[in-house]
Design a binder for this molecule. Structure first.
Ligand SMILES: *Cc1c(COP(=O)(O)O)cnc(C)c1O
Length: 231
């Protein structure tokens, strides 16, 4: 990869291209434009890159690590009121306090202990970031997320026992598989549970995700260029 692929000057152009591709994917799926929210995934990217996207009008961002987000986003949020920050990576219970303070949406709720600690911190602070339950649609042993057959019971636990503001489901399909069946499964589970939001689709497959009903797509590389650092 060239240094040029990280050039900040390219970010507004790439962002506009992605927005146009989302609009076209909505059109071919027969969905009104504006029914899909773009989450710009700025993980591993410097604050300056996020700032370029903000200047190009982007308001919703995703980060996968609490520590990294803490170093980048408090200052950006203060400078640019109205930003919405999503946590899209695994959350350890000892980081819940920081996560609730910083994030507006937590997409990776995936186990009872985490749900309980989130509920306690929401109760303590009165801050209630919207939550997604992460589903391990490919049932991959190394991957986070609730198994599909356990999703209904877990969502009920989150809503009824812990009173979490669960708005939708999120998935990351297995790398080596056709993503469509995973998107279809996530949409079906969300429908059955009456959850309006589906977070699915990344740079390589967001058009397919939109065809299957994504309401949030999480896109990094197509906006910011390839990541050099490890995720
Ligand atoms: C990194 C990441 C993305 C963005 O991936 P790209 O392929 O760069 O668009 C989306 N979702 C999650 C959970 C991620 O960790």
């Amino acid at each position: 990869m060239t240094a040029e692929s990280h050039s900040a000057a390219e970010i507004p152009g790439r962002l506009n291209l992605v927005r146009e591709e989302i609009r076209l994917a909505c059109e071919s799926a027969g969905r009104p434009p504006g029914t899909v929210e773009l989450v710009a995934v700025s993980k591993t990217m410097p604050a300056a890159a996020a700032e370029d996207a903000i200047e190009a009008g982007q308001r919703v961002f995703g980060e996968n690590r609490v520590q990294e987000a803490l170093a980048k986003w408090p200052a950006l949020k203060e400078l640019h009121p109205g930003l919405e920050l999503h946590l899209i990576g695994p959350l350890q219970t000892n980081k819940v306090k920081d996560a609730i303070a910083l994030f507006d949406v937590i997409q990776t709720v995936d186990r009872p202990k985490l749900a309980r600690v989130l509920a306690e911190e929401m109760e303590r602070t009165g801050k209630r970031p919207r939550c997604f339950v992460q589903v391990n649609t490919g049932e991959e042993p190394q991957k986070a997320g609730v198994a599909p057959e356990d999703v209904a019971a877990f969502v009920t636990l989150c809503r009824e026992t812990f009173n979490l503001p669960v708005v939708g489901l999120m998935c990351i399909p297995p790398l080596e598989e056709e993503p469509a069946m995973h998107f279809a499964l996530l949409a079906k589970l969300a429908d059955e549970l009456g959850l309006p939001e589906r977070s699915m689709g990344m740079s390589g497959d967001f058009e397919t995700a939109i065809a299957f009903g994504a309401t949030y797509v999480r896109i990094g590389t197509a906006i910011f260029g390839a990541r050099i650092l490890l995720e």
